[in-house]
Design a protein around this ligand. Structure first.
Ligand SMILES: [Zn+2]
Length: 345
């Protein structure tokens, strides 16, 4: 019998011959028999797919699907009522792979009523009473001041409280990172009650710098509650103006101000996204770099990422696209025969 590697080598040869493009072999999958348009008996002992155009299309589709990610972003939302319900309905309509939050998940009262009532299908393990949770955890919140207010107690760096008991999160649960598809996410705790500090030189700051430096992901998304830059009621949180761009961040998302804003600083976008349902704030004088400001209605962000581009959108609860912002990967190896992944770094 021929080996899988022989089969892949032969298929690779067909691909190069027909398309002059080397396929991403590490992601090759054998197309199911039912999908084969034309097949031939190999001179040796195994059957291969030889209709290269069909195979190529299927392989490209397979690759794109494997490396793409859609995620939603909500902020300042944990207050039950029709506003939160409308935003949750909007978020569910996108069928996102996962959901991140810019904090204030849990205003006063019961965290399950504030969060799980609307977003239980993203949580695993789900320990509340509003239905089934997710097979795997798909909700990755960040801590807001109201989450701390609802009694997080710390003994040194060991903390407990409703938020930390309700969500099962990586690391210490207060600040952590994880990778999904082409995106490396970093949730930060911007609150000054964080025992590991909330400045760039703190334990948390050094952790972020080191994790960013060792990340090989195409995109690095940072999110926290207090916005480094904001033109609204609370304004810019100066202590969170860390050298994110110099450390390798792609974009920074925050909440706390109940508005939507896109600000460009140091060549990267800083988003304020706090219209998840609690209430709406007014704007003041725009800060430098402020490009889009919106506070007419509640809504959320949906972000689509693959190896070549990342698209950020803010959508109001009636479905109107308020803002779209695209970041393209920078091609650095345009003459390479390497895979698509190798061409964009
Ligand atoms: Zn807040």
């Amino acid at each position: 019998m021929g080996t899988i590697s022989e089969l892949l080598s032969l298929l690779k040869w067909f691909m190069i011959k027909r398309t002059n493009t080397k396929p991403p072999l590490d992601r090759l999958r054998i197309v199911p028999r039912a999908m084969r348009m034309t097949s031939y008996h190999c001179p040796r002992r195994f059957r291969i797919i030889a209709h290269t155009a069909i195979a190529s299309a299927l392989l490209v589709t397979s690759y794109a699907r494997a490396e793409s990610l859609r995620f939603a972003v909500i902020g300042d939302y944990g207050d039950p009522g029709p506003n939160e319900e409308d935003v949750a309905t909007l978020v569910r309509s996108w069928n996102p792979d996962l959901l991140i939050t810019t904090g204030d998940n849990n205003y006063t009262g019961n965290i399950d009523a504030n969060v799980g009532q609307y977003y239980h299908e993203f949580i695993s393990p789900y320990v509340g009473s509003f239905g089934h949770g997710s097979e795997t955890n798909r909700m990755f919140p960040s801590l807001g001041n109201h989450d701390w207010d609802e009694v997080l107690d710390c003994n040194g760096s060991s903390c407990s409280g409703p938020y930390l008991e309700y969500f099962t999160l990586p690391g210490n649960g207060r600040y952590y990172d994880f990778v999904a598809g082409p995106v490396h996410f970093f949730a930060l705790d911007s609150d000054d009650r964080e025992p590991d500090g909330n400045t760039s030189s703190s334990v948390q700051g050094r952790w972020l710098q080191n994790r960013l430096a060792s990340s090989t992901a195409r995109w690095k998304i940072l999110y926290c509650h207090h916005p480094p830059y904001s033109s609204a009621l609370h304004g810019s949180s100066l202590w969170m103006q860390w050298p994110f761009h110099a450390w390798g961040a792609t974009a920074v998302l925050a909440g706390h101000d109940h508005t939507y804003e896109r600000i460009i600083r140091d060549a990267i976008p800083y988003f304020v996204n706090g219209l998840g349902g609690r209430m709406i704030y007014s704007f003041r004088t725009p800060v430098d770099g402020s490009e889009v400001r919106y506070n007419d209605d509640y809504g959320a962000m949906v972000v689509q990422a693959d190896e070549t581009m990342m698209t950020f959108q803010f959508i109001s609860r009636d479905g109107a696209i308020i803002d779209s912002y695209v970041i393209n990967a920078t091609p650095v190896e345009t003459t390479s025969w390497g895979s698509i992944k190798a061409m964009y770094r």
